[in-house]
Design a protein around this ligand. Structure first.
Ligand SMILES: Cc1cc2nc3c(=O)[nH]c(=O)nc-3n(C[C@H](O)[C@H](O)[C@H](O)COP(=O)(O)O)c2cc1C
Length: 391
């Protein structure tokens, strides 16, 4: 597969052609009226960057400090469940593409590949793991042990899924309710022969983190359903303390969207937070992440803040960094890359965003990501400036 797309939206279009509708919609969709999903991208596009000229500089340095390390790029691949259903071995392909670019990739608790699979496939680069704390704390401890064994550096505790948002596209496609492949789903698969062949080659999928645990069910649909039902809806800050005692690596909380929660996270002693609304897949009507970011950075006072949600362009990443994020996590952008072209597709998404950031910095008269971060909000046209685009 050699994808020749020019931007992330192109990758999305190719993914739509390659994937059965049920999986394309699962990636693409948000919750309920998809208001927050649209706000994530819409609010990025409302921000305006300052164009500066004759600065006598060349942007050379896209490296960025986040999560305790300097990375060659200011973004990483965030956790996306079921990547291995979008292309055979999807998680491994994503990790390879990320590591080739020198950036971390994060395995979701709902990945097809296990952490060990990724390591055994020779992916030696920085690996993160996203954890859902289950009602059965013994299982959560088993996930932590697997993460430690695989040399995971950073654990992201996702906290915005007390219950699963209402995903109407998934309901229409029968995604959630299914426990086996029925005729309609089978027909959808048959209509995408290249994808179906890839899946057949990859072998029977399952949720890697619960492999061998028969109580989760015999197939991926049953395993995913059981795992979802076991996520503890009553998680509290006391559980963050519980986790902090057991996990000695770096810990972030993913899913912070309110300044007061940022203050509480700081008090809980986590290393960083990820401003996230789960890509508009949870609380519909919640603010966009880029809109919430400035208030959270201010409330967190020195707490490291990352962001995800709606990132489709290098300019989006530049805007998030200007507003105080130390780094950015990609979600759909690279999932579409995987679906569109496997490892080469994800690598292409990373390369395109890198190029876009490079061009953006050059046209802003900035020589590096560090210079952008130093400039901060002054890199953006303020909303009360007449040059700011009215709604
Ligand atoms: C198909 C899909 C599956 C996801 N699965 C997970 C998951 O298992 N765990 C998690 O913490 N976040 C998950 N997310 C949320 C992403 O980590 C991230 O917050 C979101 O995708 C960012 O928004 P964006 O896709 O608009 O960039 C998922 C998102 C998508 C699109």
């Amino acid at each position: 597969m050699s994808p020749t797309f020019a931007n992330v939206e192109d990758a999305r279009r190719i993914a739509r052609r390659r994937l059965p509708t049920i999986f394309f919609d699962y990636i693409d969709g948000g919750s309920s009226a998809e208001t927050t999903l649209r706000a994530n991208t819409g609010d990025f596009s409302r921000l305006r960057l300052h164009q500066r000229v004759l600065a006598g500089l060349e942007p050379r340095d896209l490296s960025s400090q986040f999560l305790g390390q300097r990375h060659p790029l200011p973004f990483m691949l965030g956790p996306v469940g079921f990547l291995g259903l979008f292309a055979g071995g999807g998680e491994i392909l994503a990790a390879r593409a990320a590591h080739a670019a020198g950036i971390p990739s994060c395995l979701s608790n709902f990945s097809i590949a296990s952490l060990d699979d990724v390591r055994r496939a020779g992916c030696a680069g920085p690996l993160h793991f996203q954890l859902y704390v289950l009602k059965d704390r013994g299982l959560a401890e088993a996930f932590l042990a697997a993460a430690e064994h695989a040399g995971v550096e950073t654990l992201h505790l996702t906290v915005d899924t007390a219950v699963t948002g209402i995903r109407e596209r998934d309901a229409r496609n029968g995604f959630r309710a299914a426990t086996r492949i029925g005729p309609r789903m089978g027909l959808g698969f048959a209509l995408r022969p290249a994808w179906a062949l890839d899946m057949l080659r990859a072998g029977k999928p399952g949720v890697g983190a619960v492999r061998g645990r028969t109580e989760f069910g015999a197939n991926i649909l049953a395993q995913a359903g059981t795992l979802s039902r076991l996520i503890d809806p009553a998680l509290s800050w006391a559980d963050v303390d519980w986790l902090r005692e057991r996990w000695t690596g770096r810990l972030t909380i993913k899913g912070i969207l309110h300044p007061q929660d940022a203050r509480l996270a700081k008090r809980a002693g986590v290393d960083a937070i990820v401003v996230s609304n789960h890509g508009g897949r949870q609380l519909d009507g919640a603010p966009s992440t880029i809109g919430a970011l400035p208030g959270i950075v201010e409330a967190g006072e020195g707490l490291e803040v990352l962001l995800d949600g709606g990132v489709r362009r290098g300019t989006d990443i530049v805007k998030a960094l200007a507003l105080g994020a130390s780094g950015v996590l990609l979600g759909r952008a690279y999932a579409w890359g995987i679906a569109a072209g496997g490892e080469a597709g994800a690598a292409r998404v990373i390369a395109l965003l890198k190029e876009e950031i490079h061009v953006t910095l050059a046209l802003m008269g900035l020589s590096s990501i560090d210079a952008l971060k130093r400039l901060g909000r002054d890199a953006l046209v303020p909303a009360d400036d007449p040059a700011f685009a009215p709604r």
